[in-house]
Write a protein that binds this ligand. Structure first.
Ligand SMILES: C[S@@+](CC[C@H](N)C(=O)[O-])C[C@H]1O[C@@H](n2cnc3c(N)ncnc32)[C@H](O)[C@@H]1O
Length: 401
């Protein structure tokens, strides 16, 4: 580990991020607030997100190292930063060491005997992971504690991966192709993506490579009638629109109008003109289009336990108690929204979770009750094997009415 010096301003911003995050604010909002009106260089932003994220991903580990306990109070942040800086060999005029080197080494040795703690895993999640994934869990637990890689998706409506990489290089963004995800580029440096002209021109979207693979699994073609029934802000909708080359009908639905409004803005920038949005207000919204779709994507609400690298704040406020409610909603969506599919049509059920009870077991339950559907293929995208976020998709065909 190389030692690095952080400025007072960088350190204070990390402090502010941690303070808001432990008060329960979502990390996206915390960063937006911390960076608002500052015009920070991209490299400064990267320093802050790397270290605030690094600390939050292993909050329980650094809390134990600092001799404190969760939940933290604002008074705990200084000692927490002190042990984080010591552990990561960082220096700042604004951070004083908490422990003498020999005491630090002793505390580190004690704390490191608990491997779940070293991976920043809260007890409820560790028990759940052990139960659901058995021997596989420790590798996934460790992978979910790593810093996330930045991926973008080339907007095939405007460019291709090669042209995109060349144009971004001219704007100081270095990238490389991603094996197994043909529309993806991995971003290799900390350059700001969203200040580039390439971004303003709608040539790419930030999207994890795993998410791109899920969209591809739907196997859409130009001219089809496609429904993305849990479209949210449209990450996968936009990928589908590009694969459809803007031809055919792509209906993006959700229960939240504000998300569909965001989606519309993104679609305009991407020049994805074949997207129509529709708010789901009752079961009638679905029934009206029964048996009409060639393809249906059900990217259902889930625990998000596959994307903890990117959203490390969620695991500290979360518990297992919301999972049964989510499981029922997932099964409900699968059962009632699959009605939109034509005979011979294909649906993809997907989550950003790696837990079988939200994935394979949900699909098995659905198939046991609905003989008119057949499983064609399924995949769990494991963070430990790919370096991507964790996802699951199942490709299901309707074989009878
Ligand atoms: C995993 S997110 C979708 C992410 C999105 N597909 C993307 O790739 O960016 C799940 C979405 O389901 C929506 N949702 C929740 N309950 C729903 C329901 N009953 N019917 C349809 N969508 C629902 C949520 O508002 C949320 O936007």
């Amino acid at each position: 580990m190389s030692s690095a010096m952080l400025s007072v301003e960088q350190t204070e911003l990390i402090n502010a991020v941690i303070e808001h995050a432990i008060a329960g604010a979502t990390l996206d909002r915390v960063y937006a607030k911390a960076f608002a009106g500052k015009r920070l260089a991209a490299s400064d932003q990267a320093v802050i997100t790397t270290h605030a994220g690094g600390l939050l991903r292993k909050l329980n580990f650094y809390t134990a190292l600092a001799g404190r306990q969760l939940p933290l109070t604002p008074q705990d942040i200084k000692p927490l930063l002190a042990v984080y800086f010591q552990h990561q060999a960082l220096h700042s005029p604004a951070v004083k060491s908490l422990l003498a080197p020999a005491d630090f080494a002793k505390r580190l040795e004690q704390v490191s005997t608990d491997l779940a703690l070293v991976d920043g895993c809260p007890a409820w999640l560790d028990e759940l992971g052990q139960r659901q994934l058995g021997e596989r869990w420790p590798a996934e637990r460790a992978a979910l504690a790593c810093e996330p890689t930045r991926f973008i998706r080339a907007n095939l409506l405007k460019t291709n991966v090669e042209k995109l990489a060349k144009r971004l290089a001219k704007e100081g963004v270095s990238t490389k192709a991603v094996a197994g995800a043909p529309t993806a580029l991995e971003v290799l440096n900390t350059a700001s993506l969203f200040r580039t002209e390439t971004y303003n021109d709608g040539w790419f979207e930030q999207q994890d490579a795993g998410s791109q693979i899920v969209a591809e699994a739907l196997d859409v073609k130009p001219g089809m009638r496609v429904v993305d029934a849990c479209a949210g802000n449209g990450g996968k909708t936009l990928a589908l629109a590009a694969m459809m080359q803007g031809k055919g009908r792509l209906l993006a639905m959700d229960v939240e109008q504000w998300k569909l409004d965001n989606l519309k803005k993104r679609a305009k920038r991407a020049q994805a003109h074949n997207i129509e949005t529709r708010l789901i207000t009752s079961s009638k919204t679905i029934k009206r289009i029964a048996l009409t779709a060639d393809r249906v994507l059900l990217d259902v609400p889930c625990s998000g336990l596959g994307v903890l690298k990117r959203h490390p704040d969620t695991k500290w406020g979360d518990t297992e108690s919301r999972l049964p409610v989510l499981a029922e909603l997932q099964q409900h969506i699968l059962t009632s929204y699959s009605r939109m599919l034509k005979v011979d049509g294909i649906l993809v059920y997907s989550t950003c979770s790696i837990m079988p009870n939200e994935n394979h077991l949900q699909v098995q339950r659905f198939l046991a009750e609905k003989p008119q559907f057949e499983l064609l293929d399924e995949q769990t995208i494991w963070p430990s094997e790919t370096g991507f976020d964790g996802f699951y998709w199942a490709k299901i065909k309707r074989v009878a009415e």
